[in-house]
Structures are given as C-alpha cells and as structure tokens.
Design a protein around this ligand. Structure first.
Ligand SMILES: Cc1cc2nc3c(=O)[nH]c(=O)nc-3n(C[C@H](O)[C@H](O)[C@H](O)COP(=O)(O)O)c2cc1C
Length: 329
C-alpha cells in the first residue's frame, strides 16, 4: 500500500509529507477499534524484557518522528514494540526556519535541522494523561533543553521536563546529541552529564532513564561520559543520534539513514564493549532491513529503533523487521 502512497508523499516537500503522514497516523491512533484490529493482524509478538520493562518486540520508533505524542496507539497498531516520543523541551518552541527537512532518495538518507520544534512539556504531558486508550507497550519520552537556555542552566531544563513527563512515560531519554540546537553536544562530557543525569534521576523515581549520544563521540571521551552517566544513575544508553552534516541550504544539520548504518553499528559495539553486559543498550541508525537490524543486535544492542527507513518504506516496516528478527532467532 505504501508503494502507492509514496509517489504522492515524495511529490511534496519532506516536512509537508511528514505532517500529512503524521496527521493520518494520529487519526488512526484515535480510532481505537481500528487500531486494535490492525494490531491483531500485523503486530509480531516476540517479547523481551529490558530495563525491567516488557517489550512486545525489539523494533521501536526512534525519537523525533512523533515529537508531540499525537499517535502512540497507531505506532502500536503498525507493530512497533515501543515508541520514544519527543524530544520535548520544558517550554514550547517553534524550531529552526523552514525548509528544515530533506530526502536524499538515492542514498536513502534524510537531512534535518528541525531544532526541537515541539508543543512543550505541559502540552505533551496533558496529551498523554488524556489518552483514551493507552497502548500496551513501553512509551518513552525524550527530553531536551530549550534553545534559549544557556548550557550552564541545562540541568534545570532537563529536570523540569523530566518532572512533568515522567508520570506519563514508561522511560525517559536525555537527549544531548541533536546537532540542531547550538551548543547542545557540548553537554556530552563527564562533568555536564553527571549533573544532568542526577537532576533527572531526582524527579523520575524508578522509571528507567536512558541517555542518547552522537555517532561522532568515540574513544576516551565516550568512555568518560558513559562512566559518568552510569555512576550518576542512568539505566541505559541509546546510540546513536544523527551525523553532523551540512544541509542543502548550506546550514548545519543532521544526516540519518543508510550513510549512518555502519557508523552507528560500530559505535554501539564500542559502547557495549565499554559498559559490559547487563546495561540496557538501544541501537539506532540506518536500520532498514532484517540484516541491518540483526547487525545492530550482534553489535550489542538489546533493542533497535528506526526513523529514516520508515520514510522510504512505510510504517509496516516495523512489523516486517520484527517478524524477520523473530524468524532468525
Ligand atoms: C527529521 C528528524 C528529526 C529527528 N528528531 C529527533 C529528536 O527530536 N530527538 C532525538 O532523539 N532524535 C531525533 N532524530 C534522530 C533519530 O531518532 C535517529 O537517532 C536518527 O535518525 C538515526 O536513525 P535512522 O537512521 O533510522 O533515521 C531525528 C531524526 C530525523 C530524521
């Protein structure tokens, strides 16, 4: 079905197509009987327990696709094993000027410089609190800092967003790795992360807390920041966010999809080698078929997430990947 829709969506600007697809997905999310029916037909069941949570399968939706939490039941209906909503900042913000999302069809890649456009923590918390049907899979929320909050006060932003969203989330993710908020990646140090993780831990109770890193962070710097996060109480790690790149309009942006595949997989391997077995690790970056999902698991990930390949292959990719992983176990 997606092969029929794709030419229409690809005739539109990438963000317009994204918004159109998300509006339809949000509609499905509100049609509970239809969502339940679809789930019963397509969703593979291959459960796994990670970080104390039970996931119906290992394929999740990556941060950034559903920034405002408008369609959780639809992602479940499509067969995802979990979703990470957000990134959500304490206050609503518009994000960077448009255009800010592009497809590179030949290279199966996306470029984006969205800049944490989102409705803000109060609105997303209220939306999750009001869900008529809460789909029975883990719902995570990624939290970030507002663009106009200086890095010296980043801890406050992460704590405020965490406090508002933790009651409605099964897990939280601290996002310090978007290339589209100036200076954000400078927080990927042992010193900064010790404080930020502690601040969020103080408000999220026993909910699992993940930290998501950039693919460029490697070697001793990566090891030091991993140690600091885990010592401060982080439950697990997500690797990786987008590659820092230059947009078709000549501005800084993130690149995702196929060009990130081997780099993300390598980084996940490096993270697993350092943190050892037993610390939850989610692998994301360039996963587009059973082989790339299996490679991410073989590199040490417990769970996988996808974003860019959904744009090229449609939402049922999640169910196909989960079925493929189940068959190959
Ligand atoms: C348009 C777009 C927006 C994104 N926004 C976020 C975000 O808000 N928070 C986040 O943690 N990651 C965000 N990401 C990064 C993805 O979650 C993921 O880490 C990255 O795209 C690599 O996975 P992929 O190759 O499967 O797309 C975004 C990616 C894209 C393409």
């Amino acid at each position: 079905m997606y092969s029929l829709l794709r030419p229409l969506l690809f005739s539109l600007n990438a963000e317009t197509a994204h918004n159109l697809a998300l509006r339809s997905t949000s509609l499905l999310s509100r049609l509970t009987p239809l969502a339940k029916l679809l789930h019963s037909v397509v969703a593979p069941f291959d459960p796994v327990t990670v970080a104390g949570l039970t996931f119906p399968n290992r394929v999740g939706l990556a941060g950034g696709m559903d920034k405002n939490g408008v369609a959780p039941a639809a992602w479940w209906a499509f067969g995802f094993g979990f979703v990470e909503l957000g990134t959500v900042t304490p206050r609503p913000q518009a994000g960077n000027d448009k255009p800010r999302m592009w497809r590179d069809v030949k290279r199966r890649a996306l470029f984006n410089r969205m800049g944490f456009n989102n409705d803000g923590a109060d609105a997303v918390a209220a939306r999750l609190a009001k869900l008529k049907f809460r789909p029975p899979f883990p719902i995570g929320v990624s939290i970030g800092k507002n663009k106009d909050t200086p890095n010296e006060r980043a801890e406050d932003d992460y704590r405020i967003a965490g406090e508002k969203l933790a009651p409605h989330a099964d897990f939280l993710t601290i996002n310090v790795s978007s290339p589209n908020t100036a200076g954000l990646r400078a927080l990927q140090t042992a010193e900064a992360m010790g404080g930020i993780v502690k601040a969020v831990k103080s408000v999220c109770g026993s909910k699992p807390l993940f930290v998501k890193f950039a693919p460029e962070l490697t070697g001793d710097e990566l090891k030091a920041v991993l140690d600091a996060c885990l010592a401060a109480g982080a439950t697990g790690i997500i690797g990786t966010n987008t590659l820092a790149a230059t947009s078709p309009t000549g501005l800084p942006c993130g690149e995702s999809g196929r060009p990130l595949k081997s780099i993300a997989c390598e980084r996940v391997r490096e993270i697993r080698q350092h943190i050892g077995r037993g610390v939850p690790l989610i692998g994301v970056g360039g996963i587009e078929d059973g082989d790339s999902a299996r490679a991410m698991l073989a590199a040490g990930a417990d769970l996988t997430q996808i974003y860019s390949a959904l744009v090229f292959q449609g939402p049922f990719l999640a169910a196909r990947l989960a079925r493929d992983l189940k068959r190959s176990r």
